[in-house]
Write a protein that binds this ligand. Structure first.
Ligand SMILES: [Zn+2]
Length: 148
């Protein structure tokens, strides 16, 4: 390449996934990847965020929640009032949990989530009720872990 001579001193290495040239420092921080690849492989987390989660013992929760979100809400029969509530409440609950796990400082306040979930459960049944109960369990666990 034309600029080869200039780059010799910088000691760049290849990303283990996409092959782009990256700084040695980045390589060390990410375990061998460029930042976009690292984040893609880690649900959008940067290395520092990942370390922080692990340090707080919340990494497992982060993974579980992501799987949960990926699987999505079970299909439900047309019950407009429930669907309307779900559309309003679930993003709030998700933002609260994802937001805490990703950027979290201080304590996690799951009480608001609990209230919303209780309200949703009242008008739900079957698979949806199971789904909501699972969200509730997760929310309770997260409240317990973050109480200390
Ligand atoms: Zn890459």
């Amino acid at each position: 390449m034309f600029q080869h001579g200039k780059q010799v001193q910088e000691k760049k290495v290849n990303c283990g996934k996409c092959d782009v040239l990256i700084l040695r420092a980045t390589f060390d921080k990410t375990g061998g990847f460029c930042m976009p690849c690292f984040m893609e492989l880690n649900n959008g987390l940067r290395p520092t965020e990942l370390d922080a989660l692990k340090e707080k013992g919340l990494f497992e929760y982060f993974n579980r929640w992501n799987i949960f979100v990926k699987n999505g809400v079970p299909k439900i029969k047309r019950n407009l009032s429930v669907i309307d509530k779900l559309n309003h409440y679930l993003p709030v609950i998700n933002a609260s949990i994802s937001g805490y796990l990703r950027f979290g400082k201080g304590s996690f306040d799951g009480h608001k989530n609990s209230e919303l979930l209780v309200e949703l459960k009242v008008s739900s049944e079957g698979e949806l009720l199971e789904f909501l109960s699972e969200v509730e369990r997760f929310n309770n666990e997260l409240m317990n872990v973050t109480k200390k």
